[in-house]
Design a protein around this ligand. Structure first.
Ligand SMILES: Nc1ncnc2c1ncn2[C@@H]1O[C@H](COP(=O)(O)OP(=O)(O)OP(=O)(O)O)[C@@H](O)[C@H]1O
Length: 441
């Protein structure tokens, strides 16, 4: 199988770099172009598997390129990079045949999802940067993470359905991979499915397969994801997004351990372990009538809750080191260290996107940093209102709450002096200069 190739068209070199690095981590190669004319030449020369193009280019528009591709390379999926908040141009692009769009500043996880869908559209298997359980443990020295790792060892030994909860980016898929990798099915396949990404009218055929001719696009018999996971584990992510009609069939598949492909007369037996996850409150979805109660009880035999990163700020340093080492290995150079102030800023940041957001922040910082050490300015942390909701009492707010903070403890945790901490708090604008107590405190 040859490495998939993407054509990325943008007149901003930083964006091209960022996208190329991200694609590289997904084992997708990239050729780039700064103009429409250059893009047309690259298309002819390289015949890429997908194209990502900015809307406004120096010698024309991305829409013009999109039309050129629709005429000459009708099979090639094109996604538009649009200015933030400009839904009009995103809609225009979709109407003109783009299969999706991504807004600037480019959110790297959205980009990954988009590229995976594009390659699937192309009928290509999607190379994954998702590490195997054996290589990539759930990192963290916090008590919460130690307990989770201990529970995973126990869960790996059973075959009971596990339901993993936690905000987006907290490591739900990674935990599912660990349960699979440490259990008796480890030599079988681990098949992750994002239920929210499957168009509603295709859910049944994707999950259970179909027979040739059962609907207009069914040109051949096709196995579903249940069959693909036979002997292994099926990980149903974003389960709350599954339409009610598919929920009935899923319930039957779990209860009977067999599925009926769309258009098939007979059911086929399937041997899969089911792990599911959602960042939504599934019990609330049941109350609201959007999720079947009987299915909820079936899949929720054991619940594993992954804490938000802001609930365990003591893990940030270790995670950051690990991510920076991986980024360095990807680009064949020495890891960039984080400055003390950068680390402190990360520990004070609430991370609504959790570990995935930390990865994105460090990936961007690594790509854009021009010094030998990542400074707080390289992190481009969004400014947060002080009253961020969902912040636990033990979270980093205690570091920036003048009524509660304990500067000596914070300084010790960061491995810097209290004087240095005070100076940096002022520099970061977290306290006014007059608020800094004497260095001896
Ligand atoms: N404890 C951890 N140690 C190391 N890496 C982690 C940890 N938690 C998450 N990650 C990394 O963060 C990224 C996001 O994790 P993952 O995809 O498992 O999250 P998720 O909860 O399934 O997200 P979503 O709800 O958006 O699907 C992955 O690259 C994963 O490897």
């Amino acid at each position: 199988m040859h490495t998939p190739l993407a054509l990325v068209v943008d007149d901003e070199a930083d964006i091209l770099d960022l996208i190329r690095i991200t694609l590289g981590r997904m084992q997708v190669a990239a050729v780039t172009a700064l103009t429409v004319a250059e893009a047309k030449r690259q298309l002819e020369r390289h015949r890429p598997d997908l194209c990502l193009t900015d809307l406004s280019l120096p010698d024309g528009s991305g829409l013009e390129l999109l039309r050129h591709i629709s005429t000459h390379y009708p099979e090639l999926p094109v996604a538009m990079i649009t200015a933030h908040g400009n839904m009009e141009s995103a809609v225009a692009a979709m109407k003109a045949g783009a299969f999706d769009f991504v807004a600037k500043p480019v959110d790297l996880s959205a980009l990954r999802t988009l590229v995976e869908s594009a390659l699937r559209l192309r009928g290509r298997s999607v190379p994954s940067d998702a590490p195997t359980g054996a290589e990539s443990p759930l990192l963290g020295d916090s008590t919460a993470m130690q307990q989770i790792r201990a529970l995973i060892i126990k869960l790996a030994r059973t075959q009971a359905p596990v339901f993993i909860t936690g905000e987006s980016g907290t490591g739900k898929e990674l935990a599912a991979r660990q349960i699979h990798a440490q259990g008796p099915r480890r030599d079988g396949p681990f098949v992750p499915v994002n239920c929210g990404a499957i168009p509603h009218d295709l859910v049944e055929s994707e999950l259970f397969g179909h027979k040739k001719g059962s609907f207009s696009g069914a040109v051949a018999d096709k196995d579903g994801l249940f069959q693909a996971a036979c002997g292994g584990t099926l990980f149903l992510d974003e389960l709350a997004d599954l339409p009610l009609s598919a929920q009935v069939k899923l319930l039957r598949a779990i209860q009977e351990k067999c599925v009926r492909p769309v258009g098939a007369a007979r059911e086929v037996a399937v041997d899969v372990r089911l792990i599911s996850a959602s960042h939504r409150d599934l019990a609330q979805e049941v109350t609201n009538g959007r999720f079947r109660q009987d299915l909820f009880y079936r899949i929720n035999v054991i619940e594993l809750r992954l804490p938000a990163l802001r609930e365990r700020p003591e893990d940030i340093s270790l995670l950051a080191q690990h991510i920076l080492q991986r980024l360095a290995a990807d680009s064949d150079r020495a890891p960039l260290p984080l400055s003390d102030t950068a680390l402190m800023a990360l520990r004070c940041y609430p991370f609504p996107g959790n570990v995935r957001e930390l990865e994105n922040i460090l990936e961007r910082a690594t790509a854009l940093c021009e010094q030998s050490c990542i400074a707080v300015e390289d992190l481009y942390l969004p400014s947060q209102p002080l009253g961020v909701t969902g912040m636990g009492a033990t979270g980093p707010r205690t570091l920036v709450d003048p009524a509660r903070w304990n500067r000596p403890a914070a300084a010790q945790a960061l491995g810097i002096s209290v004087l240095s901490l005070n100076t940096r708090l002022v520099k970061l604008g977290l306290v006014p200069a007059s608020n800094t107590p004497p260095a001896t405190r």
